[in-house]
Design a binder for this molecule. Sequence first.
Ligand code: ZN
Length: 604
Amino acid sequence: MINYSIRPINPAAHLFAIRCEVPNPSPEGQEFFLPAWIPGSYMIRDFAKNIVRLVAESDGQVVATDKIDKQTWRCAPCAGTLVISYQVYAWDLSVRAAHLDGTHGYFNGTSVFLMVKGQETAACTVDIQRPAGAPFEKWRLATAMSRDGAAPLEFGRYRAANYDELVDHPVEMGTFSHGSFEACGVRHEIAITGHHNADMDRLERDLKKICETQIRFFGEPAPMQHYVFLVTAVGEGYGGLEHRASTSLLCSRDDLPAPGMNEITESYRTFLGLCSHEYFHTWHVKRIKPAAFIPYDLSREVNTSLLWIFEGFTSYYDDHMLVRSGLISPVTYLEMLGQSLTRVYRTPGRFLQSAGESSFDAWTKFYKQDENSPNAIVSYYVKGALVALSLDLMLRRETDGKFSLDDIMQHLWREFGLKGVGLGERQFPAIVQQVTGCDFSAFLDAAVAGTADLPLGELFAAVGVDFSLRAATSQDDKGGKPAPAGQSKPRGVLGVKTAGAEGGVRIVHAFEGGAAQAAGLSAGDIVVAAAGLRVTGSNIERIVAAHEIGVPLKIHAFRRDELMVFDATPLEALPDTCVVQVRANLTPEIQQQLDAWLGAPNSA
Ligand code: ZN
């Protein structure tokens, strides 16, 4: 048994004090290390950089400690219980690390708990202590970690079966709002930190629908006995990280439902989609896992070419579960799907990087994006979701509605998740064949290792849905809907994404094959004039659109502090914006296929 304690020792200085007590240290000299990354976020973050003042002692005597690499320490051999004491600087307000100030504390175990090498499987206890002082008397605590003497929502002793479990239960402490509900017999809690005005009853009602739909999808009983949504509301933010019995979410406070609001606004839909996504991971990636993640090696990058399955399929099902649980209509769902497809179709890099390559290189490419990323990579989230969609529609068509992707997911749950067996890198096509009797290996090879666009038009047609591509009406056009009437004239564009900047606009991306790139303009350039007119914010699109396609115009831009002049020839906007809509007058057979696919409770 390894005993940890953690105390916010100085919230103003953002410091947690941690003690780790090892009753049976290795006789050769015990080694400790702090993870370099956190599961679910595939980037080396070197959490050990935040450790300050580490000391070891045994029987009241200091034990000599050597640091042997960026994240590992080795203690001199000692006979009795070894105690390591250290402090962690916690000032990263994200779902991936730790944060502490006078308003709240939050930590992931990967940021604060040293792993005792060779004793990873030992059971752990953690005494989570309240900060000292009157201002903290009202603080409560939210976590899905098992209580070991602590009262519900209270500081005190918690436990975990091993290190892997210990670091998979983030902890929030402070004066958060709290709500709870039951879904299929499982207690669910919501803790919201930060200024907000959310309607907690509404949240409980809507999340309950999503949770019940997903638990029933994989089959009761749910794999966890207790689940916690840890939400941090900020002015502007978005992010989530999945855990085995909880999720940490960062959202804009305006995405939460205001009291008295009955509809599902676009921003609330975004929040529910994020909750649905992370909740789906409870099964898919936290229990059904790539074999490469069993166990996680937290000391270095672990590459897998399967993130298109684990993140892509989750991205496909997250919004799908909103329509299945009756929270959004099929029409709204198709609009959201059109927007997701648009994100893929606006990425020239999809012709250079496959979904499998995108997964493998997540650590150095997807998680380290730069100005050239849209030209060079494709997201395994959106491309993977598109593969899931295509496979789902193809299975339904080829088997006359007998099988769908749902059967594959449920098989993965029974044969891999429940049994703790990892999914091999090349195993998936054989599983599809085993479950459905159909050989989709050629399609999957092309979709996952290839870079050609998938045959969406014909697949959508089989369920009575029209898929079409049109030009964007502006860079703010997210797609999903037809263009407003009366905009049939082709629009000239520079092939850039821009953002407001002092004195003009900054080029964020210059897209491959676009007019700006051909003229020599680059990401980072500040455009100050186009066609002799001053550029201010969004007017650059209008200036260029008013100019004739194919005729060069002068662009004045600063690169660093040097003024440069470019001759750019606007090109016709590409048809890169997807519209997905139900056809009129469906036959009863096709209507039935559509209802089966969208699975809305009352769409029949
Ligand atoms: Zn995810």
